[in-house]
Design a protein around this ligand. Structure first.
Ligand SMILES: [Ca+2]
Length: 267
């Protein structure tokens, strides 16, 4: 086995592993710690992506293609645990901001003051349901209460006037569980958290130039990727499965243009 790459973070490591394995290259991400608890893995513990010596050239090429398709842009380090805390933080903040704003906006003499926050009342019930927050004169955040229950359920983040991220509570449960990340090429990645029975799932979609390329399903309790779907021209072409969560894909399915199964192999 040969180490060919040190991923920047867990997500990149998992995506690359899925990519390489979908091309039939046996891949190990070193460090069993990767399969440990969610968010407990410091970036420095990532020792690397390993492949068989004979596959080195092919694997390096696949990784280079992947990177150039991303524009070799530095992504922020993802920390899943921070993210989970993130939703609650945003949710709490949203509720808090809503409350404070409600008070502020009702203060007499506040009109005309240069506030870093503007709001709109879309359903005209007298209560604002969209908040625009500014930092240094620039839009930094749009917070929305889409179901009009008084709680923020979607937050758009802006940097330099450009949308960088959306966080949403799509089922209005009070937990922000869906995240979209935008780069120069538009939507690059989305992550959704949900349960399949007792299994907490993190579903990561990778989009390159408006094309869905891969969707990776991870059990966040075990840290194991149990399914990796690969697309071309937005059609599902391959699915790699590790339903027993052995840590290695044990089954691969191919799909035809109609997304009907056209072949299956076991390892
Ligand atoms: Ca709401």
């Amino acid at each position: 086995m040969k180490r060919i790459y040190i991923p920047k973070n867990e997500i990149e490591g998992n995506i690359l592993k899925a990519y390489l394995e979908s091309d039939g290259i046996r891949t190990d991400i070193s460090g069993e710690s990767l399969r440990g608890g969610i968010g407990e893995v410091p970036v420095s513990d990532f020792i690397g992506i390993w492949v068989d010596d004979a596959e080195e050239a092919r694997a390096v090429k696949i990784i280079q293609d992947y990177q150039s398709s991303l524009g070799a842009k530095d992504q922020p380090v993802e920390n899943p645990k921070r993210k989970v805390i993130g939703f609650f933080w945003v949710f709490g903040l949203g509720a808090g901001v809503g409350l404070i704003l409600g008070l502020l906006l009702n203060l007499p003499g506040n009109e005309g003051a240069k506030s870093p926050i503007e709001s709109a009342d879309l359903n005209k019930d007298g209560k604002p349901d969209v908040f625009y927050r500014y930092q240094g004169g620039q839009l930094s955040r749009i917070e929305k209460d889409r179901d009009l229950d008084g709680k923020i359920d979607s937050v758009e983040f802006y940097e330099g006037g450009k949308l960088t991220r959306i966080e949403a509570d799509n089922d209005y449960s009070g937990v922000f569980s869906k995240f979209w990340y935008y780069g120069d090429g538009g939507l690059e990645r989305s992550i959704e958290y949900y349960m399949i029975g007792e299994k907490p799932v993190e579903e990561t979609s990778l989009i390159i130039h408006d094309d869905l390329r891969a969707v990776i399903y991870k059990d966040t309790k075990t840290g194991i990727i149990f399914k990796s779907n690969h697309y071309s021209n937005n059609h599902l072409r391959e699915s790699h499965l590790d339903l027993a969560e052995t840590g290695r894909f044990t089954r691969a399915r191919a799909f035809d243009r109609m997304e009907e199964p056209s072949g299956e192999s076991k390892r």
